[in-house]
Design a protein around this ligand. Structure first.
Ligand SMILES: CC(C)(COP(=O)(O)OP(=O)(O)OC[C@H]1O[C@@H](n2cnc3c(N)ncnc32)[C@H](O)[C@@H]1OP(=O)(O)O)[C@@H](O)C(=O)NCCC(=O)NCCS
Length: 188
């Protein structure tokens, strides 16, 4: 069997807290990254601050969360994370989140590749029936990446965010197991 957690450009990994704290602290100093990822106010975290947050996150770990980190196959660089956050087994459904903290890797196919790997994991290993996500209107690169991975537009919450003096929609996207199975084999 092929390695379930490797794609064409990246592989999904587990990382030690020390490695993560250093990387997450550095990524938190990039306010653009922060504002693409979350509706929370941009902040900056020290390595120590991140370690505290990670400890809290670890306590929340459960059989319903599948959280991975993303490393490049070419040079083993840690560039981001991706995870199924809150699988609801009775409905065969989960939310997915992704972020490449290393901005030099944006727009080069790495995020889409990682998304394809986690979708394969969701549908082939966990046997889920649906994966959902949401994304801010001002993030067309992410929307396009999700479309390439097979997600469809399902609706939006109008004026969900107030940033830079205007309101922005929250876009909802989803992929069903049958959508995923209908993708060309090389895209899943
Ligand atoms: C979102 C993310 C995971 C996407 O991964 P990626 O590797 O950058 O995506 P890809 O390079 O495979 O695809 C990006 C696509 O968007 C397109 N794109 C880039 N900027 C765009 C823009 N301003 N408008 C429209 N399309 C754009 C690219 O041309 C490409 O499409 P193509 O392959 O058809 O040419 C990654 O960019 C990322 O983590 N960004 C920072 C954090 C973030 O946005 N997280 C998502 C939160 S919902």
């Amino acid at each position: 069997m092929a390695d379930l957690l490797s794609g064409k450009l990246v592989r999904l990994t587990a990382e030690e807290p020390k490695t993560l704290a250093e990387a997450y602290s550095r990524w938190s100093h990039d306010s653009e990254y922060w504002r693409l990822e979350t509706s929370d106010c941009a902040r900056q975290f020290s390595v120590w601050g991140i370690q505290k947050e990670l400890e809290k996150e670890l306590e929340k770990e459960s059989e319903n969360n599948f959280f991975f980190h993303i490393r490049t196959l070419a040079d083993d660089r840690l560039i981001g994370n991706v995870g199924l956050d809150g699988v609801r087994w009775q409905h065969g459904e989960s939310f997915v989140g992704i972020g490449l903290g290393e901005r030099e890797f944006w727009g080069r196919g790495y995020g889409t590749d990682a998304m394809r790997v986690i979708l394969r994991y969701a549908f082939q290993e966990l046997n889920l029936r649906r994966v959902s996500l949401d994304v801010f209107e001002y993030n067309p690169r992410a929307v396009r990446s999700y479309e390439k991975a097979g997600f469809r537009h399902e609706g939006y919450a109008r004026g969900y965010l107030l940033r830079e003096g205007r309101r922005w929609d929250l876009i909802f996207m989803g992929i069903l197991r049958q959508d995923w199975l209908a993708l060309p084999t090389e895209d899943r």
